[in-house]
Ligand binder design. Structure first.
Ligand code: FES
Length: 148
């Protein structure tokens, strides 16, 4: 009986931690009701850099021209998480060897299309990512990036 109480106590504690964490998670709803993930101030991200946001399940890419692109971290082949390989300058899937360039375009198959992306907004010098809607694409184009 003591063990059951202990287990129930642990479940209650885990639930309390989860509720508390949901309050400190860096999100807010904007005036249009979009669910935005606050990535941080623009200056935090160097041009030609990739920053992982595991809790948001995306990478924030800052391109060489200073524009931002948010890439979903799942491979478009079978959904493995694709790590960024800084030394190689590419995303390299550990499952079946697909690779993607910094804009998420396929370098090596079997991935059938580029990494999905999210809309990025820069508001008052702060980068925010709309993680509510994941967008697929057949190729990279300038409409997918947001200037600083
Ligand atoms: S899941 Fe990435 S290559 Fe298959």
């Amino acid at each position: 009986m003591v063990q059951v109480s202990a287990v129930l106590g642990c479940v209650a504690c885990a639930e309390a931690v989860w509720v508390a964490a949901s309050f400190v998670r860096p999100r807010h709803h904007d005036a249009e009701g979009a669910d935005l993930f606050v990535a941080g101030p623009v200056d935090r991200f160097e041009p030609n850099s990739v920053t992982a946001f595991p809790s948001g399940r995306f990478y924030l890419v800052r391109l060489t021209d200073g524009a931002f692109l948010a890439l979903h971290r799942e491979c478009t082949h079978l959904g493995c998480t694709v790590p960024w390989d800084a030394a190689q300058g590419r995303f390299a899937c550990p499952c079946h060897a697909s690779s993607f360039d910094i804009t998420g375009q396929v370098i090596s198959p079997p991935a059938p299309r580029p990494l999905d992306y999210y809309v990025v907004r820069v508001e008052n010098g702060v980068v925010k990512v709309d993680t509510r809607r994941r967008l697929s694409r057949s190729a990279f184009d300038a409409s997918q990036v947001t200037g600083a």
